[in-house]
Design a protein around this ligand. Structure first.
Ligand SMILES: [Zn+2]
Length: 489
């Protein structure tokens, strides 16, 4: 969670809409969608340029490691030289996010998260991800997709704007960027096919693509176990934006009519050397999710959410969801100078809304105010419990508890507990929370998978985590002289 406003995103959306519906658009070619036909490559490049800073903001910024960035870019460039547009200007970025994802914007912006870089086990696997994303760009999928979903989204964006409430947008599920939406199966197939052609031309083992998909499946399965059944956030993962199976990638390979290069590049040791020391999990500047707790060591605050709620640390807010569709949205905001906390709630945060049960409370020493509301969202009627905590003269911390009406009374006590769990932490407590890092070790005699796993700083699923990280979920051993990845504090 960081202090940001996403008005800028609205401005970009609106700008793009006016740009796309400009008069004088050429007639449609048969089979071409309305929007893709009127978005020129120049406009695509502009879209990419405009969206790039927004993507950076949503995913914790670029991961600042010049050597690793050069390395990832060099693999991307190598693939790019084999495409239909070898001289196009591409920008490859590692995002400072622990989730495992990759995506592309029109105009040649390709992203991989550091969570994905950590999960990939060799150069060929990373090349497979980059080649697939480059395929989406060269086939101009993003521009087509953008056009198709734009009309539907713009009405909602206006609604969000009129409601003057960022949280209502989040309640309505509008937080996700258009470019992060799922590709169609046809687009996935084409991106795989193109990606496999590029990989093969550049000399990489095409197995890298399916091997990484295998690691990803194992990773997703473990995530599901870690956060409970049904709680997996489908917006967060690579398989949700790029719905694929090993079987479909293999069919794309057959359709690509390429043969594997002689002596294909896999480059495991080179790759592992490059990612040695990589930041793993949450970045301290964004705060940490630790089980049911959210802890921000720089803001020095902490709170707990009830069992059954899955915490995710998104850019605009910390969001926890449970199976029945209830949500807890936590973020920070600025209070206008001199405005008391009651007025803040009714005039600034939720103006023009009918609020009930307004009450002044004290949350661990901080003056606070609470109220309820009932709103209509895309998911139906929802009850809101709002809490505004006056942290100081300017800063407000806010909880918005969202529940389907049938769940509201059952969750009432849990939401209270979360409210009163909000407290500040000491410098000592803040300093005690260390970021995790990936280290590479060489297997020596007497080492075992179990022994390596036992050194990982987790309370549960240590062995499973070690196996997923090292691509050993489907079997395999830590052989003498081999290198392995470990997460350490
Ligand atoms: Zn894809």
């Amino acid at each position: 969670m960081q202090f940001t406003h996403h008005i800028s995103r609205l401005v970009v959306f609106l700008t793009l809409v006016f740009l796309a519906i400009a008069p004088g658009a050429p007639a449609l070619a048969e089979g071409q969608s309305f929007f893709s036909s009127i978005i020129s490559p120049e406009q695509e490049a502009r879209m990419g340029r405009e969206q790039h800073p927004i993507i950076l903001k949503q995913f914790g910024g670029a991961y600042e490691d010049p050597a690793l960035n050069r390395y990832v870019t060099s693999i991307g460039e190598l693939l790019l030289r084999t495409t239909e547009t070898p001289n196009a200007a591409f920008t490859f970025t590692i995002l400072n996010s622990p989730v495992v994802n990759a995506f592309a914007l029109p105009g040649g912006y390709v992203y991989v998260t550091r969570g994905l870089v950590a999960l990939a086990d060799n150069e060929a696997q990373l090349a497979g991800v980059l080649a697939h994303e480059i395929g989406h760009v060269t086939a101009r999928h993003s521009a087509q997709r953008y056009g198709q979903s734009m009309a539907a989204t713009i009405g909602l964006t206006f609604l969000g704007l009129l409601a003057e409430s960022k949280e209502l947008n989040q309640v309505a599920g509008l937080g996700a960027n258009l470019f992060l939406k799922s590709y169609s199966r046809d687009h996935e197939f084409e991106a795989d096919k193109l990606g496999l052609i590029y990989m093969s031309r550049a000399g990489f083992s095409p197995d890298g693509m399916t091997d990484f998909l295998g690691n990803l499946k194992a990773h997703d399965e473990l995530q599901k176990k870690l956060i409970g059944q049904g709680g997996f956030d489908p917006l967060m993962g690579l398989l949700s934006t790029h719905p694929r199976t090993v079987d479909r990638v293999e069919r794309a390979y057959a359709a690509a009519h390429v043969s594997p290069p002689p002596d294909p590049i896999i480059a495991r040791d080179v790759y592992l050397q490059q990612i040695d020391g990589l930041l793993y999990g949450d970045d301290p500047a964004q705060g940490y999710v630790r089980g049911q707790s959210f802890i921000h060591p720089l803001l020095k605050i902490r709170f707990e959410v009830p069992e059954g709620f899955i915490l995710t640390n998104a850019e605009e807010a910390v969001i926890a969801r449970n199976k029945s569709g209830a949500r807890i949205i936590f973020n920070a905001a600025q209070r206008p100078q001199g405005q008391n906390i009651d007025a803040y709630l009714t005039r600034t945060w939720f103006p023009n809304q009918q609020l009930g049960d307004m009450e002044t409370i004290n949350v661990n020493g901080f003056p606070a105010v609470t109220a309820t509301a009932r709103v209509e969202t895309d998911d139906g009627i929802m009850d809101l419990r709002l809490i505004a905590i006056a942290y100081d003269a300017a800063l407000v911390y806010r909880f918005m508890f969202v529940s389907p009406p049938r769940e509201t009374s059952a969750l009432n006590m849990e939401f209270r507990r979360t409210t009163y769990s909000f407290h500040t932490i000491s410098d000592v407590e803040a300093a005690a929370i260390k970021p995790l890092r990936l280290v590479i070790e060489t297997v020596e005699s007497g080492d075992s998978i179990e022994e390596f796993a036992s050194r990982m700083p987790y309370e549960t699923y240590r062995l499973e985590r070690f196996k997923v990280l090292n691509g050993l979920s489907k079997g395999g051993e830590a052989y003498l002289g081999n290198k392995v990845k470990l997460v350490v504090e």
